[in-house]
Design a protein around this ligand. Structure first.
Ligand code: 0X9
Ligand code: ZN
Length: 305
């Protein structure tokens, strides 16, 4: 049976998703983003307990090797459907959740079957033997500017041949454009480093007009996590300021092009001891941190209007 004491392959995650859709037909619905380069269906789940709720979109596992992200996404789905905790219930009841547990399906499969450290998509390149692009550099927002990505197909941050050159990124852009009115908050799950990153990724010379609010929300997220017995410390701030310049990311595209005001990237545990190979015993602690962080983030976002 499915649980959170080990990592699962794509097929197992999808089978679990089907079980969940069958078990909770009145509040769940499958959504299909599109097809990957290798022809897999990119599937998500929408959880809605009532009409008229604001929507929160969670995108996870764009980077193939970041397995803790899909483990956390499935755990979160399960909590929204089964938890009896009053705070979690109110999160489930008062928001519509659009959750995409594995965005980069081809890369994720490859990271399980061939190369545990694979990051990119799996689309070959016309003029290079190197495979794939960084889907989180392939969105049409400051694409390939400011050294925030690479034009070298062999680089881990290869931006692709053009914005949307990767079928996965193109499909997500089209899907999000279609449902944009249903979404008010966008969150992208990554690992590792323990950061809550906000726009902008493309420059540290400028900050969004609501950056004060963004930081206040970030502090609430980090404080809530640090208050747990694990004492895990998260840093927060703009991607370019606290991490590095990154262009063409999904969060920046949603923020700049769809005009959404709240978008974050969560970089989960740890700080580098295990890095991408986070031991399975840390899945549940990481998820507990996610839940208190998310509760605080949503609470503070609501409070600030
Ligand atoms: O470089 C990335 O894409 C992310 N870090 S990772 O180590 N998981 O690869 C950070 C991207 C965060 N930036 C924005 N989404 N703005
Ligand atoms: Zn990542």
């Amino acid at each position: 049976t499915f649980g959170w004491t080990k990592y699962y392959e794509l097929e197992e995650i999808e089978a679990w998703l089907d079980e969940i859709l069958n078990a909770y037909p009145s509040v769940t619905e499958e959504f299909i983003v599109g097809k990957s380069y290798e022809g897999r269906t990119i599937r998500g789940i929408k959880i809605s307990h009532k009409a008229g709720n604001p929507g929160i979109f969670i995108e996870s596992n764009v980077h193939a090797r970041e397995w803790i992200t899909s483990a956390s996404a499935t755990w979160f789905i399960n909590q929204l459907l089964t938890s009896k905790d009053a705070d979690v219930r109110s999160l489930a009841d008062n928001y519509d959740w659009h959750i995409l547990p594995v965005f980069n399906v081809d890369g994720f499969e490859y990271s399980h079957k061939k190369d545990r450290m694979w990051r990119k998509t799996r689309q070959p390149h016309a003029t290079s033997a190197c495979i794939g692009a960084d889907a989180n550099r392939n969105f049409d927002s400051h694409w390939l500017e400011n050294n925030g990505a690479s034009s070298n197909p062999c680089s881990e941050t290869f931006a692709g041949d053009a914005p949307g050159s990767e079928p996965e990124a193109k499909a997500l852009v089209e899907y999000l454009t279609k449902i944009q009115d249903e979404i008010s908050v966008y969150i992208s799950f990554h690992s590792y480093g323990q950061y809550l990153l906000s726009p902008y990724g493309h420059t540290k010379e400028e900050f969004p007009e609501n950056y004060d609010d963004i930081l206040t929300i970030g502090k609430a997220f980090a404080d809530a996590i640090e208050a747990l017995p694990y004492g895990t410390v998260y840093q927060y701030g703009s991607t370019a300021d606290v991490l590095y310049v990154a262009t063409g990311t999904s969060v920046d595209w949603v923020f700049n092009e769809l005009g959404k005001k709240i978008g974050y990237t969560i970089e989960y545990r740890d700080k580098g001891r295990y890095g991408f190979i986070l031991p399975p015993v840390q899945i549940i602690p990481n998820c507990e941190e996610l839940m208190v962080g998310m509760l605080a983030l949503i609470d503070k976002t609501k409070e600030l209007g």
